[in-house]
Design a protein around this ligand. Structure first.
Ligand SMILES: [Zn+2]
Length: 510
C-alpha cells in the first residue's frame, strides 16, 4: 500500500533498551519478583510446556505440568538434573529422598517440605499424580538454593533457571530501515556465534552454546519487511525467530563488533535484470513462500546435491568405549566416517557434512544443529561398543521417543515450529525405511553379523529434522580383539553398504 517510502524515513526505531544485568540485581529483586510472580505467570501466554535448566556444562528441559492454576515440575527429575538422588523411599502418601548429605521429605497435598529437619513452605502443595511426585515451581527458589552449592539465577515467572557460575548473556533489539529492506540489530552483552536455518516462512538464528536470558521474549515491528522477532529456548536451545512480513525476501545475517552484534538484513531480492548477487551476501537464507512447505531456504551457494550428515560419536575428552591396546571408540568411528565420506563423495551424488572435525566433542544439540541447518537429507551417527562375543557385528538403530510409542499423527497439520526435542518424530517412518535399506545391505555380507533393527532412545537422533539412524559396530570392549574392526576391508564394506542403502532408500535420496 505504498507504505515503503513512508516507512523509509523511520530511522533507528529503538525497540528495546540495551541493559546489562548483574547477579546482585537478581538476588536483590527476588523477593519482590516472587510476590509479583504469581500474577505475572498467568498473564503471560504459555507457548510451551517446558522448563529449561541451564547447567554448568549442559542444558536440559523438563516438562511443566499444570494442575489447577499452578505449574509443577517433577521432583526427582529436578534433583537428578542438578545432582543425583541416591535413594528414595515411598510410603502411602510420603516421599523420603536422600540426596548427597541431605534428607528431603515431602507429602502429598502438603505445602511443607522437610529438609534435614528444617521445615520449609512452598506456595502450593506437593502433589502425587500418576505415580509422579510433583512440586510447584517455587521449589526452585525455596528449596533448591539450599541443596545446590553453585549459584542459582532464577526469576519467578520465568521458565528457565541458570545454575553455576556462567552468567547468562542478554540482548537488546533495534530496527533500522534500509532503502530496500530492514535491518534488525541484536546487541548482546557478550560475544556469541550463530547458525541460520529457515522453516515454514520464518528464519531461525540458533545462538550457539551460551546461556541467554532475554529481557523481553518478543519484539513486534511496524515495518513493511519484518513482522517480529521472538526469543525461544523452551526446547533447551536458545534461538531467535524472525518472521518476515511477506514471502520472497532474503536474509543476510552477519556478526559484528567481535560477535557482540548480530546484524540481520532483510532485503527485497534485486531484480534479475540488474543481475549478480554480490560477495557481501556471505550467508543468506530465504524463507520462501510464507506458510509454505518445508525449508525452501535459498542460500545463494545452496548445494543442489542432497546433504548427508555423518556423525562420529564421542570425541575430545569423551573417548567412548575402549578396547584392548588403547583402541578408543572415538577414533575408530572417526576412521569409519572418513571411509564413508570418501565412498559417498565418489558417487558424486551427495554433499557430505561431518558433525565434528578432528578430536572435538560437540554436544548432542550441536550435532543436530549441524544437520538441521544444512537441511540434511539423511543423518547417520556412528558408534562402537560391546555387542556380544561375535565380532565383527553391526547394529542399526532408529530413534525411539521416551515412553516407547509415538503420539505423532502424520495427518495432523505440522506445527509451525516443531519442538526441538521432537524434531525426529515426524521422520520416524522414513528413518525406519532407511534402517531397513541398510540392514538389507548388511545382511548380504556373510562375514558381518547384523540385525534386527532396534528402536532405542539414541539421544543424538532426537532433534534431527531428517531421516536418521545410528550404527554401532562391535565388539569394542577390553576382552575382545579389536583387530577385525580396525581392518580396512571391514570398514570399507560398511561404507559400501551405506552407499548402496542410500541408493535403495526411496530410489535415492532427494
Ligand atoms: Zn558410543
Amino acid at each position: 500500500m505504498g507504505s515503503v517510502a513512508k516507512d523509509g524515513c523511520k530511522l533507528k526505531d529503538l525497540i528495546g533498551a540495551f541493559r546489562r544485568h548483574s547477579r546482585s540485581a537478581f538476588t536483590a529483586g527476588l523477593g519482590i519478583l516472587l510476590g509479583a510472580g504469581a500474577l505475572l505467570w498467568w498473564t503471560r501466554p504459555l507457548r510451551s510446556d517446558n522448563f529449561v535448566f541451564y547447567l554448568p556444562a549442559a542444558r536440559d528441559v523438563l516438562p511443566v505440568r499444570t494442575l489447577g492454576e499452578t505449574s509443577y515440575l517433577p521432583l526427582v527429575g529436578v534433583l537428578n538434573l542438578v545432582g543425583k538422588v541416591d535413594a528414595l523411599r515411598e510410603s502411602s502418601n510420603k516421599l523420603s529422598l536422600w540426596y548427597g548429605d541431605n534428607t528431603l521429605e515431602v507429602r502429598d497435598n502438603n505445602r511443607k517440605v522437610t529438609l534435614n529437619k528444617t521445615s520449609l513452605k512452598l506456595s502450593e502443595p506437593v502433589r502425587f499424580v500418576n505415580g509422579q511426585w510433583l512440586v510447584p515451581v517455587d521449589f526452585l527458589s525455596v528449596v533448591l538454593p539450599r541443596l545446590v552449592k553453585e549459584p542459582i539465577e532464577y526469576r519467578a515467572g520465568d521458565k528457565r533457571i541458570f545454575i553455576g557460575s556462567a552468567k547468562p548473556a542478554t540482548f537488546a533489539v533495534r530496527l533500522e530501515s534500509l532503502a530496500n529492506g530492514a535491518r534488525v540489530r541484536v546487541e548482546f552483552t557478550s560475544p556469541l556465534t550463530f547458525q541460520t536455518a529457515a522453516r515454514d516462512g520464518k528464519w531461525i538464528l540458533y545462538l550457539g552454546d551460551r546461556a541467554i536470558e532475554p529481557l523481553e521474549q518478543k519484539f513486534d515491528f511496524d515495518n513493511p519487511y519484518v513482522s517480529d522477532l521472538r526469543f525461544d529456548d523452551q526446547d533447551g536451545v536458545p534461538k531467535l525467530i524472525l518472521t518476515p512480513k511477506t514471502s520472497g525476501l532474503d536474509l543476510y545475517p552477519a556478526l559484528e563488533e567481535g560477535g557482540k552484534v548480530l546484524r540481520a538484513d532483510i532485503l527485497k531480492p534485486a531484480a534479475p535484470a540488474t543481475g549478480q548477487a554480490t560477495g557481501a551476501a556471505a550467508q543468506s537464507a530465504g524463507p520462501g513462500q510464507a506458510g509454505g512447505a518445508e525449508g525452501p531456504a535459498a542460500l545463494p551457494q545452496r548445494p543442489t546435491l542432497p546433504v548427508v550428515v555423518l556423525d562420529a560419536g564421542h570425541g575430545g575428552s569423551d573417548s567412548g568405549a575402549q578396547g584392548p591396546n588403547g583402541v578408543l571408540e572415538k577414533n575408530l568411528v572417526a576412521q569409519i566416517v572418513v571411509r564413508v565420506r570418501t565412498a559417498l563423495l565418489a558417487t558424486q551424488k551427495y554433499r557430505v557434512i561431518l558433525t565434528r572435525m578432528g578430536d572435538t566433542d560437540p554436544d548432542f544439540d550441536q550435532r543436530a544443529i549441524v544437520a538441521d541447518t544444512a537441511h540434511a537429507a539423511v543423518f547417520i551417527s556412528f558408534h562402537a561398543g560391546n555387542l556380544g562375543f561375535r565380532s565383527p557385528r553391526v547394529a542399526v538403530y532408529t530413534f525411539q521417543p521416551p515412553g516407547g510409542g509415538s503420539t505423532f499423527d502424520p495427518l495432523a497439520p505440522r506445527p509451525l515450529l516443531m519442538p526441538w526435542n521432537e524434531a525426529q518424530t515426524p521422520h520416524l517412518a522414513e528413518s525406519q525405511k532407511l534402517a531397513q535399506a541398510l540392514e538389507e545391505q548388511l545382511s548380504r555380507l556373510s562375514e558381518i553379523q547384523s540385525g534386527p533393527i532396534q528402536p532405542a532412545p539414541v539421544r543424538v537422533l532426537r532433534s534431527v529434522d531428517a531421516p536418521a539412524i545410528a550404527i554401532e559396530v562391535g565388539s569394542l570392549e577390553p576382552n575382545t580383539d579389536p583387530a577385525p574392526l580396525l581392518d580396512s576391508q571391514f570398514q570399507q564394506k560398511i561404507a559400501s553398504a551405506i552407499v548402496s542403502a542410500l541408493d535403495a532408500f526411496e530410489g535415492g535420496v532427494s
